[in-house]
Ligand binder design. Sequence first.
Ligand code: C2E
Ligand code: MG
Ligand code: MG
Ligand code: MG
Length: 293
Amino acid sequence: IAKNKGKNCYQAYESSMATRIAEEYTVQEDLRDAIQDGELVVYYQPKYSTRDRQLTGAEALVRWEHPDKGMIPPDQFIGIAERSGLINDLESWVLDSVCAQIRRWLDMGLEVPPISVNLSAIRIHNEDLPERTQACLDKHGVAASYLMFEITESLAVREILRAVEALKRFSAMGVRVALDDFGTGHSSLSYLRQLPIQQLKIDRSFIKDLGACDGDHVEIVRSIIGLAHALRLRVVAEGVETEQQMAFLDSLDCDEVQGFLMGRPVPAAAFGEVVAQQSGRAGKATLHMLPGA
Ligand code: C2E
Ligand code: MG
Ligand code: MG
Ligand code: MG
C-alpha cells in the first residue's frame, strides 16, 4: 500500500510539475509577443529629498498591460523573463523607452531629474551592456547624467564582485548606480567599499515598522544611514507610506524618500506634470531673486 501511495504522490507531483512548466511556457510565449506588440509600459515613481521635499528623481517601473488579464505587475513576469532569456529584450525595451521619454521631456523644456532603471542581476555580466547603454543614450541624444541603474543587493556577493568591472565602466560613462533592496542581502563592509556606486536604497521591509512600538528597526535604519554616509553614498528610503515614517527618516538624516505617501508609480504623462510643477516652482523662485522682479 505504502508503495502505491508513494507512486500516486509521485504522479501527482509529476503532473503538477508538468502543469507548471506548461503554464510558464505559455506566459513566456505571451511575454515574447507582448514585448514586440507594445503591451509593456513604463511607470515612473518620484523620489524626493527628505528635508525640503524637492523632486530628486524617479524610478522607472515596468508593467504589462495584458489585453485579457489587465495590468500585470513586474513581480509576476520578471522571473519568467530571467529564466527564459527574454530579460535581454525586455530590459533593452525599457531602457529605450526611458531614454525616448527623457528626450521628449527635454524637448518640452522640462528640467528632467535622473531616472533610475532596474537592472536584472543576470544582465550585469553582459560584456556589452555599457556599450549598448551608451548607444541608446546617443540614439536619443540624452546625456548619461539623466540615467541611473539600480542593481539589487540580494545578489550573491560573488556575483556582485564580478559586476565591479561593469559598474566601473558605467561610472566612467557618467551613469550612476544605486544598490537596491539594501539590507536583504549579504553585504559586508569590505565588499561594499569596493563597489563603485553612488546611492543606497534601504529595503521597504525596514521602513514598514519605523514608528512601531519596538525600536529595533529605528536602530537598523539609523546604522544603514550611518554606514552609507561613511561611504559617501546618498541614502534613499523605499516604501515610505506615513508621515510618521517620514519624520523618523528626517530625524535620522536620510537623504531621499520614495513611497506611496509622496507619490505612486504613474504613467509618463502624469510624471511629466509632476516635473513641470516642480520646474514651475523652481522657475518662480529664480524670478523672485531677480532684481526688481
Ligand atoms: P524595486 O526596484 O524595489 O521597486 C520598488 C517597488 O516598490 C515597486 O513595485 C513600487 O511600486 C513599490 N513601492 C514603492 N513605494 C511603495 C510604498 O510606499 N508601499 C508599497 N507597498 N510599495 C511601494 P513594482 O513596481 O511592483 O516593482 C516590483 C519589482 O519589480 C521592483 O522592485 C523591481 O525589482 C522589479 N522591476 C520593475 N521594473 C523592472 C525592470 O524594468 N527590470 C527589472 N529587472 N526589474 C524590474
Ligand atoms: Mg528598484
Ligand atoms: Mg527597491
Ligand atoms: Mg524592494
